[in-house]
Design a protein around this ligand. Sequence first.
Ligand SMILES: Nc1ncnc2c1ncn2[C@@H]1O[C@H](COP(=O)(O)OP(=O)(O)OP(=O)(O)O)[C@@H](O)[C@H]1O
Length: 229
Amino acid sequence: MTSLIVEGVRLSVPDMAVPVLNVDHLMIGSGAHVAITGGSGSGKSSLLNVLSGLERPTAGRVVWEAVDIAALSESGRDRWRAEHVGLVMQDFHLFPGLSALENVLLPAKLARVASEALKQRAGELLVKVGLSRPDQHVETMSRGEMQRVAIARALLREPGIIVADEPTASLDAESGEAVANLLLSIAVETGCTLLVASHDPRLVERMKRRIAMRAGEIVSDTVDAESSA
Ligand SMILES: Nc1ncnc2c1ncn2[C@@H]1O[C@H](COP(=O)(O)OP(=O)(O)OP(=O)(O)O)[C@@H](O)[C@H]1O
């Protein structure tokens, strides 16, 4: 699985005098379950975007195993992310007009890797996340069901890293708990590294390591006893 070392990362954006992200050093062991917490605007999404290669930091190194993704081009980061990261975003990023199964398979189709085996896996993943109607169009689904489709899609290519940005934010308590259970059980089962930005105490409390952010900086980093995070 995949471990991470971050060194000297800054992310600056136009019209802001100070970087929106300023992380001198961070190490995350492979298979860790890490919550990123902090108030609105504290830099949680910016950190996840940099760690998943969606954004390139203005300075610094983001080394997953031997690969410094901050040194890769945008297309290089896209290729690396497709291979290693399953992304679960708050607003799901599903395509209306397509079924659950088609949504799960879409990134693989676009990457021209949608083999028969992957199509079968997509169907199996939908069952695993608790969805029994693979042909249901996503726009007819509840928000909890949509989030499950997004999770199945993130898992399709068996990523070593799952990155989830506020995965329970727009869900009711019951759906939120179901999504938290699902993410954690999959992370345990596959041994992947799980990084979750969240305000949701029910989810945060269940992660072995909790990193708190303020004004783009890490202000606390706590690990449960007997954890290797
Ligand atoms: N591309 C950008 N241009 C200008 N400002 C940005 C940009 N990206 C991030 N910021 C600013 O950086 C700060 C951190 O934003 P970020 O989205 O990382 O916070 P967050 O902790 O995820 O917030 P929330 O919980 O509200 O989603 C905010 O003040 C935001 O406005």
